[in-house]
Design a protein around this ligand. Structure first.
Ligand code: ADP
Ligand code: MG
Length: 255
């Protein structure tokens, strides 16, 4: 039933010049599901997330998000490539959280969260601020609304980045190694916020090396290597009993 699918990627190919990075990646994410993606550095995980978010043009295959073809619009039986403003509109429904939080250093926490919805006119003034405060409360930072990013720990900054992405009311959240740049003692607070978000029913694709998170929160686990999905399945089963030698080897290194 494709209307249950939030993400449907079929045979996605992406190259940078002669570097063929994605070699036919297929993946499905149902509504409300959390899919975790693991794999060695350079295997194409970030590239794949950027393709889902319409930040990259793909050379082959197809990606649908919530039934819409990413990068194209359908007209009759034909597909037309989106104009940049149309692509941006498509991206608005997808939240993305990066390894580096990329907060604006000269804006307060609450301003960092309200600036995006105000820019696109989704919410204005008091409305946007009230929503931002609500989201800050949700990520446990209600008391930091008027602080500046430089006054926060890395974990707190990443929680602000999550609140900022949520301010756009996304239907899908993509996380690209959201805890990899954090000191170990700050990882847990960010994973906890992500876990609560998952429990609230958000559809999420999470690239992470946090195997414990994948086991506990993930509905499925995908192992990518060399631009393909080598293995995917139930996280606990795959972690306990990986079928492919490459998956075994990778898991033995990150565990
Ligand atoms: P991962 O996130 O799994 O570490 P990436 O998707 O970042 O892998 O990178 C996969 C490959 O694509 C690497 O060989 C990388 O050098 C290349 N690559 C990624 N982004 C770009 C880019 N913007 N331009 C050129 N090559 C890129
Ligand atoms: Mg990456």
């Amino acid at each position: 039933m494709s209307d249950q699918l939030m993400v449907q990627a079929d045979g996605v190919h992406k190259a940078y010049g002669t570097n063929h990075v994605l070699k036919g990646v297929s993946l499905e994410v149902k509504r409300g599901e959390v899919v975790c993606v693991i794999g060695p550095s350079g295997s194409g995980k970030s590239t794949f997330l950027r393709c889902i978010n319409n930040l990259e043009r793909i050379e082959g295959g197809r990606i649908l998000v919530d039934g819409e073809v990413i990068g194209y619009r359908e007209h009759g039986s034909k597909l037309y490539e989106l104009k940049p403003n149309e692509a941006a509109a498509q991206r608005r429904d997808i939240g993305m959280v990066f390894q580096r939080f990329n907060l604006f250093p000269h804006l307060s926490v609450v301003e960092n969260i309200t600036c995006a919805p105000q820019l696109v006119g989704k919410k204005r003034g008091r409305n946007a601020t009230a929503r931002a405060l609500e989201l800050l409360d949700r990520v446990g930072l209600a008391d930091k609304a008027n602080a500046y990013p430089g006054q926060l720990s890395g974990g707190q900054q990443q929680r602000v980045a999550i609140a900022r992405a949520l301010a756009m009311d996304p239907k899908l959240m993509l996380f690209d190694e959201p805890t990899s740049a954090l000191d170990p003692e700050l990882v847990g607070e960010v994973l906890e916020v992500m876990k609560e978000l998952a429990q609230s029913g958000m559809t999420m694709v999470v690239v992470t090396h946090e195997i414990g998170f994948a086991r506990e929160v993930g509905d499925s686990l995908v192992f990518m290597d060399g631009g393909v999905v080598v293995e995917s399945g139930d996280p606990a089963e795959m972690i306990a009993n990986p079928q492919h030698a490459r998956t075994q080897e990778f898991l033995s290194r990150v565990r």
